[in-house]
Design a protein around this ligand. Structure first.
Ligand SMILES: NC(=O)C1=CN([C@@H]2O[C@H](COP(=O)(O)OP(=O)(O)OC[C@H]3O[C@@H](n4cnc5c(N)ncnc54)[C@H](OP(=O)(O)O)[C@@H]3O)[C@@H](O)[C@H]2O)C=CC1
Ligand SMILES: O=C(O)[C@@H]1CCC=N1
Length: 264
């Protein structure tokens, strides 16, 4: 698998690390205009760091675009004459629909949109995927790439923005919940390092319980809440303070923002 990451910023870097950790490429080109911050990757035999997007496209089959939306059309325009039947174009770019991509490079290309998250760097991304008509033939290949670095799901394109909020922004939402739990643990007497260790491993355990068992969260909650005990007391107080409502409202606000961005 010859992979290029066009735009090695926050997300591109996470993908590059995920690919390296999972041994997911025979060669990898990493591009950005100022390559200073990614120069270290040159130490890996299979990695080439460059500011030349055309070189990366010529030497790769899988092209993962991770630039800001404002740069995407111009970059596609600058490499479109190099695209062949071997290339799969995978865009991670928020709010940039398949129609807009096709308007620049045409419909006769394998075009896939993917929405990974930064946990891809540790092989734990939840990645949503959709494609243009031609790209349907490369969905399995794309899923195989992302499944090496977490879990993937094919969805209709009209759910991509919702997937961005839940999965990509979701990393930040869960981080804040872990941070708040940590602050609570410090108030109860743990030092900061211990407190974070307790919070993050408990979070990991909760998600793993659901993933392994397929159970509904309330089923697992019922196993923990002793009648008249401390768990239900804490949980009910959190709900009186609006825990679920506030999360859902945040998710909707995030979605409204993304939708506003798309319509501009
Ligand atoms: N961050 C996240 O968690 C997620 C982000 N996304 C999407 O991924 C995309 C990237 O986001 P993010 O990584 O946060 O953004 P960053 O700004 O961190 O990264 C974008 C990178 O693109 C590079 N770039 C800009 N112009 C070019 C060019 N002409 N050729 C090559 N590289 C270029 C920039 O580097 P330089 O200026 O040196 O060229 C920069 O490093 C966005 O569209 C975002 O919506 C999607 C899911 C999650
Ligand atoms: O915050 C944002 O707008 C982008 C999209 C998802 C993650 N970062």
């Amino acid at each position: 698998m010859k992979i290029a990451i066009i735009g090695t910023g926050n997300l591109g870097l996470s993908i590059a690390n995920g690919i390296l950790k999972s041994n997911g490429a025979t060669s990898m080109y990493l591009t950005k205009r100022d390559t200073t911050s990614i120069a270290d990757f040159e130490k890996f035999d299979k990695v080439t760091v460059t500011n030349d997007n055309r070189l990366a496209v010529q030497n790769s089959d899988i092209l993962i675009f991770a630039v800001q939306p404002v740069h995407f059309a111009e970059i596609l325009e600058s490499i479109k004459d190099l695209l062949t039947e071997n290339h799969v174009i995978i865009s991670t770019i928020t709010g940039f629909g398949i129609e807009k991509i096709e308007a620049v490079i045409g419909k006769d290309n394998y075009i896939v949109r993917s929405m990974p998250n930064t946990a891809i760097s540790v092989g734990k991304s939840m990645t949503c995927i959709c494609s243009n008509e031609k790209g349907k033939k490369r969905i399995d290949l794309t899923k195989a790439i992302f499944n090496r670095m977490g879990h993937s799901m094919e969805i209709p394109e009209n759910q991509m923005q919702a997937a961005t909020v839940i999965c990509a922004s979701g990393i930040a939402f869960w981080m804040r919940l872990i941070r708040a739990t940590t602050q609570g643990a410090i108030q109860l007497g743990f030092d900061a390092k211990e407190a974070q260790e307790l919070a993050m491993h408990t979070c990991n355990g909760a998600a793993s319980l659901l993933i392994d068992s397929g159970n509904h969260p309330e089923e697992e909650i019922d196993r923990v809440t002793t009648p008249m005990g401390c768990t239900i007391t804490g949980l009910n107080e959190m709900e009186h303070q609006g825990l679920s409502a506030s999360l859902i409202r945040g998710i909707i606000a995030s979605y409204d923002k993304i939708t506003e961005f798309k319509t501009k």
